[in-house]
Design a protein around this ligand. Structure first.
Ligand code: F6P
Length: 496
């Protein structure tokens, strides 16, 4: 494989909405691209994209559509789910979010309780848009409470002012144990802080697809923001799950975020496969799987503000496509590699040794932002250094370096993409997330995997229940139908 920029290959540079994708260091020649696009055609990718946006029951195991795109369909053109246009309901939620933004005055702290897809997206967006020039923040302290570990709970209770706190409980199912337990603990804390029942009722908000359960919990109906079972949890930041973005940075910023995603949706639907950014990004990964049997994939944003992006992508990719069987229950040859990453240049001082000289080839997506992320006097120089590091790493990985000393030899031939965003703002953050969502769904289509269910997360949850009961009892246990001998012995290490 040659990883030199392929001058004769016009297919390595693509752009959409000012975002540039450079796949020159993937080492894919013209014949390689032809074969990849043929595979995309064989997988009926265009039809898949049409079915996805058209509301077909593409989530076949759960027999429902996957219509996160409707949540950023700002034109409100009809989106039909089972014979009904869902856009009036979506637009109604937008109005309610906007109204809430205008209503929240004097709020010092917001506690957003949710986990997985009900946590990563808003947490990433709140972090990513903080301190960006031109984005005004209302300066509320945003606390994200996900883990059942009470360390997080204790930290938040120490920092938040209970009398000027609002609480948003975010759970698609409203049955997630971590979330309901944490919500109860926060209600207990509010009570202990002297807030009355009715004050607490006015403080609690919920975002959910299970409105009855939220009401049952004690959230007033007018404080519940619905979303729908046709939105996957990990694809849900565009719904009221993203409420913190609107509350902190304003409704217009939230709309900008949606509009960046919508721009990529339009590109994904209309661009030919050969010019389609998410498709090309997916195909580069497929290529490295087929040619080099890669098992891992790294994403390195050279932007500190995007440090949460790899974590968000881990759930998106691995929960969507980390599967061994295809849509028809047949074993797959390829599925999702392990996804990891963190922001550069910090990452260089951590695991880049392995990326350069480890035994495994790990393809990388480098993400760079054209404009500096601050107006500080040092911003231009620091940004230049950041970018030069990003470009240098890609070059070093691709070309390597031969020396007489094996210890100092870099094997090279380590592929990467470079994705360049014009700047980091709400529009391009939305575009970036939508780009990767569509890359994930494209990979699912290429592997014939249903990217919208997550049956693999259930077994552990079920097994935790009898174990918790045994830990609660505190007595020595024996192996039984629910607990095997090794786990029984482990429980006894805690119970003695
Ligand atoms: O257990 C995994 C999962 O179901 C994710 O798919 C989801 O994002 C997370 O839990 C939280 O689920 P919910 O929003 O229903 O609380």
């Amino acid at each position: 494989m040659s990883l030199k920029p392929a001058d004769k290959n016009p297919q390595h540079l693509h752009q959409s909405n000012g975002i540039v994708l450079d796949s020159a260091y993937q080492g894919i020649d013209e014949a390689g691209w032809l074969s990849l696009f043929q595979q995309a055609k064989n997988a009926h990718l265009k039809q898949f994209i049409a079915d996805l946006f058209g509301g077909k029951h593409i989530n076949n195991s759960e027999n429902r559509p996957a219509l996160h795109s409707a949540l950023r369909n700002l034109d409100k053109s009809p989106v039909i789910v089972d014979g009904k246009d869902v856009m009036p309901d979506v637009a109604e939620v937008w109005h309610r979010i906007e109204a809430l933004c205008n209503k929240w005055v004097g709020v010092t702290d917001v506690i957003h309780i949710g986990i997985g897809g009900s946590d990563f997206g808003p947490r990433l967006a709140i972090e990513a848009l903080a301190h960006i020039p031109d984005i005004e923040s209302r300066g509320m302290r945003m606390h994200f409470l996900a883990n059942i570990d009470t360390a997080e709970l204790a930290r938040i209770q120490q920092r938040a002012l209970p009398h000027s706190t609002r609480v948003i409980i975010v759970s698609k199912s409203f049955t997630t144990l971590e979330t309901t337990k944490n919500a109860k603990a926060i209600v207990r804390w509010l009570k202990d802080s002297g807030r009355t029942e009715s004050q607490i009722n006015n403080t609690l908000f919920a975002v959910t697809a299970n409105v009855p359960a939220a009401k049952e919990f004690g959230v007033k109906e007018e404080n519940i923001f619905p979303f729908w079972d046709w939105v996957g949890g990990r694809y849900s930041v565009w719904s009221a799950v993203g409420l913190p973005i609107a509350l902190q940075y304003g409704f217009d910023t939230f709309k900008e975020f949606l509009s960046g995603a919508q721009a990529i949706d339009q590109h994904y639907q209309s661009a030919p496969l050969e010019e389609n950014l998410p498709v090309i990004m997916a195909l580069t990964l497929l290529y490295q799987q087929q040619k080099h049997h890669i098992k891992s994939f790294a994403v390195i944003p050279y932007a500190d503000a995007l440090d949460w992006f790899p974590k968000w992508l881990q759930q998106l990719d691995m929960e969507s496509n980390g599967k061994s069987v295809d849509r028809d229950g047949k074993p797959v040859k390829y599925s999702c590699p392990v996804v990891f990453g963190s922001s550069g240049s910090n990452a260089q001082h951590s695991y880049f040794q392995l990326l350069h000289q480890g035994t495994e080839v790990i393809p990388i997506d480098f993400i760079a932002i054209r404009e500096p992320m601050s107006h500080l006097p040092e911003a231009k120089e620091h940004h230049r250094i950041l970018l030069s590091n990003c470009l240098a790493q890609a070059q070093a990985l691709a070309n390597g370096k031969k020396t007489d000393n094996p210890n100092n030899t870099y094997p090279g031939k380590r592929p990467s993409n470079l994705l360049i965003l014009p700047k980091l703002n709400a529009f391009y953050l939305g575009a970036l997330l939508a780009l990767y969502e569509s890359r994930t769904t494209t990979l699912g289509a290429l592997w014939n995997i249903n990217s919208f269910d997550q049956p693999g997360v259930e077994l552990g949850k079920v097994l935790a229940k009898p174990i918790e009961a045994a830990l609660k009892e505190g007595n020595p246990v024996q192996a039984n139908g629910n607990i095997d001998a090794i786990t029984a012995a482990r429980i006894n290490l805690f119970n003695h």
